[in-house]
Design a protein around this ligand. Sequence first.
Ligand code: CP
Ligand code: NVA
Length: 307
Amino acid sequence: MLRHFLRDDDLSPAEQAEILDLADRLKTDPLGSDVLAGQSVAVIFEKNSTRTRMSFEVGIHQLGGQPLVVDGRMMQLGREETIEDTSRVLSRYAHAVVWRTFAQARIDAMASASSVPVVNALTDEFHPCQVLADLQTIRERHGRLAGLTLTYLGDGANNMAHSLLVGGATAGLHVRVGAPAGFAPLPWVLDAARKRAAETGGSVELFDQPQASVEGADVLVTDSWTSMGQENDGKDRVSPFRPFQINAGLLAATGNTDVTVLHCLPAHRGWEITDEVLDGPASAVFDEAENRLHAQKALLSWLLGKR
Ligand code: CP
Ligand code: NVA
């Protein structure tokens, strides 16, 4: 059956766990699989990228496949060709399509006309590949996922907050979002996360005060206060967020000496996170960046039916 990965709850809890197990196996044996031999994967970007681009390109190569990495702004898609016509054509060349774009509706349209798996490499609403890597990293540090408490601090309405809510609830995490007024997650995303949490024993909670949101947390996560495409949205994206910065004080406020700090990167050092924390012992951000490679290789192997 044709499967896509457009948002975190496109995977069931059992499927997510299966992919994370495969990611761990691929991490110990990076060149041990050639499941993409003879296959090509289109990897298309309409926004900037360092990690996503490199990790998909390297990962597809390591699996024996051919990555076709293209700047979407240079495609006919960037002129007047429709998403659906583009998708029909890509399905004739590639065995999967990985796309970084703007509105989620765009990737939904790509998937609707595709006869090959479509993978969300970041939209305005979700960043599900990142959260697979985050979950892999948390499990490496803590030995488990279900039952842990994760607090995301910052813009609660961005792609990382949304994917951590839905993907975290799928893994049975207690997911908290600490965000200033006006930056709460979108209601339909909260509904999706709560639905998943009800199945897995996880939970979802919102806070508008940073201290309360981190108390007892096992994992703290933050992200840029201004996501790509929001640079000129007219909102003050600095002063409301300052109290939500991950710094030594907020780390101590967890009351937990074994806390892990994640950031999908790129980081704005001194804004959403201090150098001291990013470069300190609680930080797993560079393991997290590495795990993009392993988690995405596992995802592609699984989507292309080589399980
Ligand atoms: N974390 C992440 O997606 O990084 P890039 O924007 O560099 O791909
Ligand atoms: N929320 C950020 C994530 C970057 C990887 C953005 O969309 O710009």
